[in-house]
Structure formats: structure tokens, C-alpha cells
Design a protein around this ligand. Structure first.
Ligand code: ZN
Length: 293
């Protein structure tokens, strides 16, 4: 594999600079055990106020405007959760002209808990930690493993799905829906990048046609990694080629017309799209124009 392909892969799955998106208005309501506290959530010690002790029921919910987060209060960085939600709302409104108005999020501690709230998890693969079920966002996040960052990636990821669903009436093809969710939420993990690189090298990438709908629950790990890496790369290509505002328009068009017609509107079909996203990754031309080589 040429070195610039790796550089290209790294550059399109870039890190966003973290910053505060809560702003001055950080007022929220925290409710637990019948008690509601109105407070500023920045630098607020939620646990101390509710005197959350080990082993006690710490289920609560936090509301701020039209955002509701149902969660375990203990160990949760409430301000960071809201910062992540607000940041995603900013990305969606500024770049994709979509206002995410009502956000209803469940943060579960375990799969068991997800089942207890009556969610039919059987249709989802057990490797999925976040679900957007068409109405609400459910995230399973054990916060005791030191991987709190995963929670914020999942939050952003699932909120993108929520927005894409609202923009397209649930008709956006999986390769763009999932691709954008991955592209906007994280740097692609190394295992995904390696799998994608290997597939490009051996000409064994998945046909985009089969990625119009989500992967079956029993998909093997390699195909799963490849699919995520591939759709993220396709989304990165499309965003680079058409710009984020136009991708917003494309997502809305999928709600009104067939996938074939929408692609034709952008002078694309699957053969062309495959050529173009692969070329975007594997030629130095794009990098040269950006002055990176
Ligand atoms: Zn997803």
C-alpha cells in the first residue's frame, strides 16, 4: 500500500478540536427520586447534590430545553454529555442546515437494562452499543472501564442517525447514513483502517449495493469492520466532492426519490461512485492539490 493512502485515510478521519458548546446558558433541570434541581451544569457536582452512594439507585434524568437525557447520574460527566449534544447540534445546523429539535436519549449501563425498558434488542447485533430506533437514542455504556470517550463518540454517532432519519424520512441509504455517522463522530479506529487498506489492496471491497441496508446481525467481524471503514470513506469522498451543505440536500432528496434517481441527479451510479471514492483514497492528486505531499 502506498504511504499516501495511509496518510489519506488518516486525514479524512480527522479529529475535531474539542471545545465548549454549552455557552453561557448552561441551565438544566436534574431530577432524581422525585427531587428536581435547577442548576448550572458547568462545574456542577451532580453526585454530591444527590448524594449518590455506591449501590443505590441513581437513575435520573436531565433536561435542558428540548434535550432529555435519562441516565445513571453516578459517574456521569453531565456537562460533557450536553457539550457533546450541543456540538452535534451545531454541526448539523451550521453545515447540514438541519435543526435537531427534540433529543431524547437513554444512557444504559448494560444490555440487560436496555431489555428491561422493553426495547426489542433481538433485531440488533450484539456488537452494537448504540441504537437509534426511529424515535429515541439508546446507548449502552459501562463507564467503569476507563473508556468514557466512547460514550461521546456514540452520542454524536447516534444523533447523526437521528438527524439523517429526520432529513430523509428514514429513506437515506445505509452507506451514506452510517458513513456520515462514522465520519462525523470519530477518527476511524486503526483496525477499521487496516481492514479497509487490505481490502483495497486485494480488491475485495464490498459492493455498495449490498450496503443500501444495515448489515445483518450475524455479520462476521471482518466484514463489519470493512463495511464501517468503507462507508466512512465513501461519506468522506462525497463531503469532499460536493460539500457538506450539498450532502444535506442529497440526504433530503433520498426522502423524495429513488436511490438511483438521486445518484443520477449528482451524475453518479454505483460503478462511478466506486471508482471515485477509491480514486479519492488512492491517488496522490487530491493530496497534491491540498499541498500535503
Ligand atoms: Zn451507526
Amino acid at each position: 500500500m502506498e504511504p499516501y493512502v495511509l496518510e489519506k485515510l488518516k486525514s479524512i478521519f480527522r479529529e475535531e478540536n474539542p471545545s465548549s458548546y454549552i455557552g453561557e446558558d448552561d441551565n438544566a433541570n436534574l431530577s432524581m427520586g422525585g427531587v428536581t434541581v435547577h442548576c448550572h451544569i458547568k462545574d456542577f457536582d451532580v453526585e454530591q447534590v444527590f448524594q449518590v452512594m455506591s449501590g443505590e439507585d441513581d437513575t435520573g434524568w436531565i433536561t435542558k430545553g428540548n434535550i432529555t437525557v435519562r441516565c445513571h447520574i453516578k459517574g456521569l460527566d453531565v456537562a460533557q454529555v450536553f457539550r457533546t449534544i450541543c456540538r452535534t447540534q451545531h454541526i448539523l445546523s451550521n453545515r447540514y442546515q438541519h435543526v435537531l429539535e427534540n433529543v431524547d436519549i437513554f444512557l444504559h449501563d448494560s444490555l440487560e437494562e436496555l431489555r428491561q425498558v422493553g426495547h426489542d434488542y433481538s433485531k440488533h447485533a450484539d456488537w452494537i452499543a448504540g441504537i437509534f430506533d426511529g424515535r429515541q437514542v439508546h446507548i449502552v455504556s459501562t463507564r467503569d472501564d476507563g473508556r468514557q470517550n466512547g460514550l461521546y463518540v456514540l452520542l454524536t454517532h447516534e444523533l447523526i442517525h437521528l438527524a439523517v432519519c429526520e432529513m430523509s424520512g428514514g429513506k437515506c441509504p445505509y452507506w451514506l447514513d452510517e458513513g456520515l455517522a462514522v465520519h462525523l463522530s470519530q477518527n476511524l479506529p486503526e483496525a477499521y483502517r487496516n481492514t479497509l487498506q487490505m481490502a483495497l489492496l486485494t480488491d475485495s471491497i464490498l459492493p455498495l449495493e449490498v450496503l443500501e441496508t444495515p448489515l445483518p446481525p450475524r455479520t462476521r467481524a471482518r466484514e463489519r469492520l470493512l463495511a464501517y471503514g468503507q462507508v466512512a470513506a465513501v461519506a468522506a469522498y462525497l463531503v469532499n466532492r460536493y460539500g457538506e451543505q450539498e450532502i444535506g440536500s442529497m440526504i433530503r432528496l433520498f426522502g423524495q426519490d429513488s436511490i438511483t434517481n438521486v445518484m443520477a441527479h449528482y451524475e453518479l451510479n454505483y460503478t462511478l461512485l466506486k471508482q471515485k471514492w477509491k480514486r479519492y483514497l488512492t491517488t496522490g492528486g487530491v493530496l497534491a492539490r491540498k499541498g500535503r505531499v
